[in-house]
Design a protein around this ligand. Structure first.
Ligand SMILES: [Zn+2]
Length: 166
């Protein structure tokens, strides 16, 4: 997935946050977490010299983020900070949504480090010299555009009803 992670994260957060008072900060967490796994591209380009597909890095392991969320939830409970619960839920949802969307046209290792089983729901054939075009001219890119349009519509509708909202 190229362009729809942030819009998809916005839509997910929109439905989870509803009209809560802290909606704005929940949206900020949701947007951050919807893009966070792809920060491993820095490692891919700057350190690993493109030797390993970045979807194989730990930032793209769902069980890694589930573990982090579980630890954060336990710490929040033990320190009596129940208000953090919605942030953990939104963050984890957007992280897992990222991995789910990446499971279209990329291999995601849902059970690592316990298994190398991976999910790739749609194979994108290599028909162009520049790999980016293989994805842009594949039907999955139309789905990405639809997600972007849906998020843009929801944001615009909220903005027109409540000018100060997110
Ligand atoms: Zn990704």
């Amino acid at each position: 997935m190229f362009i729809a992670h942030l819009p998809a994260g916005y839509l997910a957060t929109h439905f989870l946050a509803g009209e809560k008072q802290n909606r704005q900060s929940l949206v900020a967490v949701g947007l951050t977490c919807s893009a966070l796994p792809d920060f491993d591209l820095l490692w891919f380009y700057l350190v690993d010299d493109r030797q390993t597909a970045h979807h194989e890095y730990i930032f793209h392991w769902p069980l890694f983020w589930l573990s982090i969320a579980l630890i954060a939830w336990i710490v929040a409970r033990l320190s009596n900070r129940r208000a953090l619960g919605p942030y953990i839920l939104v963050g984890l949802t957007c992280l897992l949504l990222h991995m789910f969307l990446d499971s279209f046209a990329a291999e995601i290792y849902w059970l690592r480090p316990f298994s190398d089983w991976h999910l790739n729901l749609v194979e994108v054939p290599a028909g162009f010299g520049w790999w980016v075009l293989n994805f842009v001219f594949h039907w999955t890119f139309a789905a990405e555009i639809l997600i972007c349009l849906a998020a843009g519509f929801v944001w615009w509708r909220r903005k027109s009803l409540r000018p100060s909202s997110t």
